[in-house]
Structures are given as C-alpha cells and as structure tokens.
Design a protein around this ligand. Structure first.
Ligand SMILES: [Fe+2]
Length: 187
C-alpha cells in the first residue's frame, strides 16, 4: 500500500479539514490495532482507516445511509487503488449498507471509527483541549453515560470484545494512538 497515494486520493474527494483529521485519527488507531492482530499488514489496516469515509462529501448519505461505504469502493475502483480486504473493511464500518463485520480488520474499523470521535470529543470538552489530559477512566465513565456524545455508537465500539480485547484495553490503545499524533490533530 502506498500511503502517499492514499492520502492524495483522500484529499481529492474530501475537502473538510475535520473529515481529513478524523480519517487520520482512525488510521492511527487502526495501525496500532494492526500491531496487535495482524502486524505484517499494518499498511493495509492503516489504509482502510484513512480511506473509510472517502465518500463522505460525494454521496447524499444523510438521505440514504446505505450509500455510505459502497460509494467509497466505487471511488477507489475508479482510482484503481486498494484491494478486497480494504473494500470489505470499509463496507463493514457502516452496517446499514448490509455488510456485517466478520474478520479482525473489519471489526476493528467498525470499533475504531466511533472510538476516535468519542475520545477527541472528550478532549475538546476540556479547558486545555488536550488529548494528553484525557484519562482512560474518563473514557470508560463517559461511555456509560448514554446521553454523552450519542452519535458515538456504543455497540460498534463494543464489537472489539469479539476479538478478546476489553473496552478498557481498547480505550487505552486508542488514546495512545491519538496522543502520538496530537499535534497533527490540533488537540
Ligand atoms: Fe468515520
């Protein structure tokens, strides 16, 4: 996988800075999860994370959520980039399109997507807005508050348990991954 080319494709179709940063945040978590579950394929896992929301600005997913995912695959095929593993992981991160996460990379992307936004949301709520101020215990506490950041799907985050990783272990790993790129994320 060519990270430079993947980043170029991302920037071709996604213009919003927040979406780009979200994509890089999910990439960082996926890379760290790869080291745990599939170390020889870190690049594939990272690419799936980086490109999972490629169609965010090109399809009308607000009207039809089932388009989100399949439309990204179309864009990637047009660009002659990616492979079936990446395509299926991207499909799996939005179960509304009908594809259910099965393999480790698929389950991890399903879980990493909401976890990235959840942790970044907690940091943004702090006076210093710093990821390094976030504690794993705060993530777990907020997780249990159903009304906090409702858009972060708790069920998707918990899917990681199917791979034998507890929510606490996952939150720890995800926080570490985000802290490593905190300057890039402006947090
Ligand atoms: Fe996403």
């Amino acid at each position: 996988m060519d990270r430079e080319r993947a980043y170029e494709i991302l920037n071709k179709y996604v213009k919003g800075e927040d979406y780009i940063l979200h994509s890089e945040a999910v990439e960082a978590i996926m890379r760290k999860l790869a080291l745990k579950f599939d170390p020889s394929n870190e690049e594939v896992w990272g690419t799936a994370g980086l490109l999972h929301d490629l169609d965010e600005e090109t399809v009308d997913w607000r009207n039809d959520m089932s388009l989100h995912g399949p439309a990204s695959i179309e864009l990637l095929k047009k660009e002659e980039f990616g492979n079936e593993i990446i395509y299926n992981a991207i499909l799996a991160h939005n179960p509304i399109n009908g594809y259910k996460a099965k393999s480790p990379i698929e389950i991890c992307l399903l879980s990493a997507d909401p976890m990235s936004g959840f942790i970044m949301g907690i940091a943004k709520g702090y006076p210093d807005k710093k990821l390094k101020s976030v504690k794993v215990s705060s993530i777990l506490k907020r997780f249990k508050e159903a009304r906090y950041c409702r858009s972060a799907n708790r069920e998707y985050m918990l899917a990681i348990e199917k791979l034998g990783l507890s929510l606490e272990e996952f939150a720890t790993l995800a926080l570490e991954a985000l802290c490593e790129i905190d300057e890039k994320l402006n947090l």
